[in-house]
Design a binder for this molecule. Sequence first.
Ligand SMILES: C[S@@+](CC[C@H](N)C(=O)[O-])C[C@H]1O[C@@H](n2cnc3c(N)ncnc32)[C@H](O)[C@@H]1O
Length: 260
Amino acid sequence: MTLLNLDFIKDFFTHNQVYKEDVNGNEFTELKRVPYRWTHGATDLTLGDGLLIYSIIHYMRAKTIVCLGSGGGFIPRIMTQARVDLYDSQIFEGNRDYNWGDIGVTYVVDADNGIGGNIDWKTEDSFFRKTFFPRVILDTTENSYYNFFVKEDIKIDYLHIDAGHSYDDVKNDFELYSKLLSPNGIISIHDTDESFEKDLIITKDISDQHHNDDYTSGPSKLIKELKYNSEWEIFNFFNNGIFRSKPSSTGLTILQRCKN
Ligand SMILES: C[S@@+](CC[C@H](N)C(=O)[O-])C[C@H]1O[C@@H](n2cnc3c(N)ncnc32)[C@H](O)[C@@H]1O
């Protein structure tokens, strides 16, 4: 027995299902790794830092969830599953519809600008979109902030920041979107562990798995500053180096506004 459904993790979260035909015309399903899952320290059967995000959403009963940037849709699919599980375990009630019912919403904002990576779920029939039905905004985080979230007066229960990775981008995302945080709201920032990148070898060919050469310096600079900001409680979840023979996360930092 395991608390985690390992087959479900493998078939829906750490892989995309691709439908194919063999030479005899028989259909079969191929599993393809979700791009960038390695940045979360996820493997075929583990969710890496996604398990932290799942647990916080489940524990805090977060309903309105925003994911800024997601090349492979790995984190937003976990976010939606956490909300659906809250319904199935009789915490949320009402209409179970993934994004238009009573169990909240997962918004994914991505400019599809190739900065820091590429998205693989743009088409509506991508495995991610037709399985998890996120509400997608294909625009920059700044435009989306002013032209959608502010205009619709949205309050955010859980915010994940993983879009532009320059210091200016991540700081701007944090400063703008934290204004919309609900009283118990939580923010996570990805790629905050500089030690991960220090000895990482970067290949120079462009592929689906391409990741910026320098992606932790902006986020890690921001969280170092926030450590001295008395407005925020901050906790780093860094597992790089604990178990060298397996993938580890590029760092996840969790923040909540101080209560007093
Ligand atoms: C590739 S993701 C990082 C990988 C990520 N760890 C994951 O789980 O998929 C970064 C994404 O941010 C997007 N992006 C970069 N700058 C952006 C901006 N200013 N506004 C919105 N999206 C942006 C890119 O299109 C890219 O898909």
